[in-house]
Design a protein around this ligand. Structure first.
Ligand SMILES: Cc1cc2nc3c(=O)[nH]c(=O)nc-3n(C[C@H](O)[C@H](O)[C@H](O)COP(=O)(O)O)c2cc1C
Length: 187
């Protein structure tokens, strides 16, 4: 039942050590591209990260994390860096999502909404197959090094999300306000 799927899906932060089959990944991507999008702009671009690229991104991710929390050259910096490397390495699969840029601000807002719909389609398709996803907008998507690494022109593409994908190690709990608190009916 769709309601149960939507209610049960959770953001997953820890994964078991199991590869994600590329066929399964493609099914989730197929679900993503059927998201609604105004004017059929189809503004999403998916960057499927392989092992070598994940290793390079790992260094950048860890550096950004450590730089934010400690002084470079200190033991604390080193410790945060190494922990961040382990954390990033433990993601069985990574996909980054880019949005095709538009100079029209209305189109740009609508295209971001479409990208968000695509991500949710992806997440729900993944959850249905037993896969969990963390949708992140962390600093790595804003770093110019990420664009360089992926060979992207930031004037054409804006990275809007990074998806960490894998089989859940544990499923966190989440809550929502009751529907009555967020709805208002009119005669
Ligand atoms: C636009 C957007 C950006 C998000 N960015 C992050 C993020 O940077 N890091 C993170 O841990 N979760 C991120 N999330 C996931 C939310 O934290 C998560 O959806 C929320 O805690 C509710 O949990 P649930 O998805 O399990 O219901 C993001 C979600 C959205 C919609």
């Amino acid at each position: 039942m769709f309601l149960e799927l939507a209610q049960q899906r959770r953001t997953i932060y820890q994964f078991i050590d199991r590869k994600v089959d590329s066929e399964l990944l493609n099914q989730c991507l197929e679900a993503a591209i059927w998201a609604p999008n105004h004017g059929l702009t189809q503004p999403w671009r998916f960057y499927i990260i392989g092992h070598q690229t994940q290793q390079k991104l790992m260094h950048l991710y860890a550096k950004l994390r450590a730089d934010k929390r400690a002084l470079p050259g200190t033991e604390e910096h080193k410790s945060i860096f190494l922990k961040a490397c382990d954390r990033f390495k433990a993601n069985p699969q990574i996909i980054m999502l880019g949005q095709v840029r538009s100079i029209d601000s209305v189109k740009s807002k609508e295209d971001y909404a479409a990208c968000a719909c695509a991500i949710q389609n992806f997440q729900l398709a993944a959850w249905e197959q037993g896969l969990g996803v963390q949708w992140s907008t962390g600093p790595v998507i804003n770093a110019c090094e990420t664009y360089e690494l992926l060979g992207l022109n930031s004037a054409e593409i804006e990275l809007v999300g990074i998806l960490y994908i894998g089989y859940p190690q544990c499923i966190p709990e989440s809550q929502r306000q009751p529907l009555s608190q967020v709805t208002k009916s009119y005669p």
